[in-house]
Design a protein around this ligand. Structure first.
Ligand SMILES: [Fe+2]
Length: 355
């Protein structure tokens, strides 16, 4: 299978992976033959890429980070929590359901590969906040597992990250979903969401104070330039530093009403460029080893003019995966060529090209 931009998906091609909406519901099953109306509909819903069957790339494996069922449970948990807050029951949140949902995510992740390659296939336009909360939690848990966290720490981390943006409930949608740049006053309002979230969570005794601090601290930056308190370096709890990386990576690679999703490799470069300014270098070292820069199945153009797809990841070199090429200067090659880019330092991936 390979990733194909929905603008290039051809009628008659076969879906290799189900299309799942942010609530975990299957919109189209794997094996479905794509018709013009399906393609049009998915584009309208904001789906940029799909996994399409390709005989030449049968060996590409793109594991789901968490199962559709786990995602559905997480989604419903978030929906339910929001209802409690909207009904002024913010000091009796169903904390046990958050814990159960995080436990399910951890179980799924412990059975998946150690590089997180595929968060990108299921993004439409709707429900950004829930979708973002779930994906940010998955990324944070991957970083937590890779940092050797105990199950207890993973649960504490996951529960806080899942709730990190809960304070946004107190901010008007007109500001959150504004398509034009925010005014200074509007941005000041956005900057209140970590404090709002912290104030909600800490009223719940079952919710650990360290987890609540993730909501409070996820917008702080390593150099002190973040908000709400301008904390610096180790003044920010490790959970908060880790959540900041996961939050920004998912925010950049998600599609928003006012901008397109940024390719994973571009988001990766952006984050790595902020080492020691926005983010702690030690956490970025873990991030660099465990988040796939070019997800398996991605179409890529190489510096030698050849074009093909990522076949699998190289755990020691996440930015140098295994690639199979089919074209050279847009002419079909007589036979595909496989590269392990870790062994071919002179060849680089220039850009993602999901045709
Ligand atoms: Fe946030």
């Amino acid at each position: 299978m390979r990733l194909v931009n929905t603008h290039y998906v051809e009628e008659g091609s076969i879906l290799a992976r189900p299309v799942i909406n942010p609530a975990g519901k299957i919109l189209l099953q794997a094996g479905v033959i794509m018709t013009a109306s399906y393609i049009k509909r998915l584009r309208t819903l904001g789906y940029d890429v799909l996994f399409i069957q390709d005989d030449r790339l049968e060996d590409v494996e793109a594991h789901m980070s968490i199962s559709g069922q786990t995602r559905e449970v997480a989604y419903k948990t978030l929906q339910n929590i929001s209802k409690y807050i909207e009904c002024d029951s913010e000091n009796t949140l169903p904390v046990a359901s958050v814990r159960r949902s995080i436990q399910e995510m951890i179980n799924d992740l412990l059975f998946s590969s150690d590089i997180l390659g595929n968060l990108i296939e299921i993004q439409g336009y709707d429900d950004y906040t829930y979708h973002h909360s779930i994906n940010t939690t998955v990324i944070a848990l991957v970083l937590g597992v890779a940092s050797g966290y105990s199950e207890q720490k993973l649960i504490e981390l996951g529960m806080g990250v899942m709730m990190h943006d809960i304070g946004k409930i107190k901010i008007p949608d007109s500001i959150l979903n504004k398509r034009t740049p925010l005014t200074v006053a509007e941005f000041e309002e956005i900057k209140l969401h970590p404090t709002y979230g912290f104030d909600i969570l800490r009223k719940n005794n079952d919710f650990s104070l360290l987890s609540s601090h993730i909501a409070f601290q996820h917008q702080e930056k390593w150099d002190g330039s973040g908000y709400p308190r301008g904390l610096k370096g180790s003044e920010i709890h490790e959970y908060g530093r880790l959540a900041a990386v996961a939050d920004v990576y998912d925010a950049l690679t998600s599609k928003r009403v006012y901008r397109k999703a940024i390719e994973p490799n571009v988001a990766y470069e952006y984050i790595v460029a902020q080492t020691n300014t926005h983010f702690e270098s030690r956490i970025l070292d873990v991030f660099k080893k465990h988040i796939a820069v070019f997800p398996s199945g991605s179409g890529v153009l190489l510096s030698n003019g050849q074009r093909g797809n990522v076949v699998r990841q190289n755990s020691a070199f996440p930015n140098r995966p295994y690639v199979r090429v089919f074209y050279e200067n847009e002419e079909p090659l007589p036979a595909p060529i496989d590269y392990n880019l870790a062994n071919n330092p002179s060849i680089m991936i220039i850009k993602v090209d999901n045709r």
